[in-house]
Write a protein that binds this ligand. Structure first.
Ligand SMILES: [Zn+2]
Length: 296
């Protein structure tokens, strides 16, 4: 690895646990961290502050999670999960800070990129929208421009909604058409919103379709001239993933990341793990392959 790489990580992430048969399992963060090779700076996450969460979330919703410990994602009060949700947001902000302080060229936070979280409610296992908060800080406090490429299998609807009115943020989502959340079928050029929906009958569902999306993103993002590139590296497009029908391979993900790294060699990058429902095999393998290419 030639780039300076920071990974924000805590062994405690293993305890993000709903139930043994729930799709999202905290151990995937541990497995992914253990597979990522190289000589990285490893730092601990911190809790996001109420003021940070309030950049994109309503006061009532923040109170509901952080004080009442409740969310649509779970039933009853789960103080442990509410704390993790806040820690996941703060962890991404720690990663961002390493980029802003020029401590790293690539900052990785595997529990980051909770791209479905909305202004006043959670969605799709995502409670707080860390990438939208990080983009708000980078643009409004530092005067930077942020491009967000999302190749999680699902449309990055929360990030799109929460950044659409910020002219210094561009979003581009490559996702399977017709599955949750059902949006992301068109572009809004005046909002710097781009979508690349994939289907069996139009684009195909495999690595070539993923690469076609990446190659469409690159000239659009170059014209936008971002200072930071956020990568929503969901692993749930992998062929065996139980929640989707995409047919990506680990090598396809690596090629996508290699293509992005070559296209933006000097742009600082923030990688979030987003989705991935093969906690002991495919999900950590994808994350490690993407991280290796982005760090090269
Ligand atoms: Zn997903």
């Amino acid at each position: 690895m030639s780039k300076r790489v920071t990974i924000v990580h805590s062994p405690d992430y293993a305890n993000w646990f709903f139930s043994s048969d729930h799709p999202t399992q905290g151990r995937r963060f541990i497995n992914g961290f253990n597979l990522i090779k190289g000589n990285q700076r490893i730092i601990e996450p911190r809790l996001a502050t109420t003021a940070e969460l309030a950049r994109v979330h309503s006061a009532g919703y923040i109170h509901e999670v952080t004080k009442n410990h409740s969310s649509f994602e779970w039933s009853g009060a789960r103080e442990d999960l509410a704390r993790f949700a806040t820690l996941f947001a703060g962890g991404t902000l720690v990663a961002l800070e390493d980029l802003l302080n020029d401590e790293a060229d690539l900052a990785i936070h595997l529990p980051g990129a909770k791209h479905h979280a909305q202004h006043d409610h959670s969605s799709g296992f995502c409670v707080f929208n860390d990438f939208a908060i990080a983009a708000d800080i980078a643009t409004k406090d530092y005067g930077l421009k942020v491009a967000i490429i999302d190749f999680d299998a699902h449309h990055g609807d929360g990030v799109e909604n929460l950044t659409r009115d910020n002219p210094d943020v561009l979003t581009f989502s490559i996702h399977e058409s017709g599955i949750f959340p059902g949006t992301g079928n068109s572009d809004e050029l005046e909002k710097n919103v781009f979508n690349f929906p994939l289907s069996a009958t139009s684009t195909g569902l495999g690595d070539r379709a993923l690469l076609a999306g990446i190659n469409k993103f690159i000239p659009i993002a170059r014209a936008f001239q971002p200072d930071l590139l956020f990568i929503t590296s969901g692993a749930d497009g992998l062929a065996d993933d139980p929640l989707t029908h995409l047919q990506y391979t680990v090598e396809g993900y690596a090629e996508a990341a290699r293509t992005l790294a070559k296209a933006f060699p000097n742009t600082k990058k923030l990688m979030g793990g987003a989705g991935g429902y093969l906690p002991d095999s495919g999900t950590p393998e994808v994350w490690a392959a993407v991280a290796e290419q982005l760090a090269a």
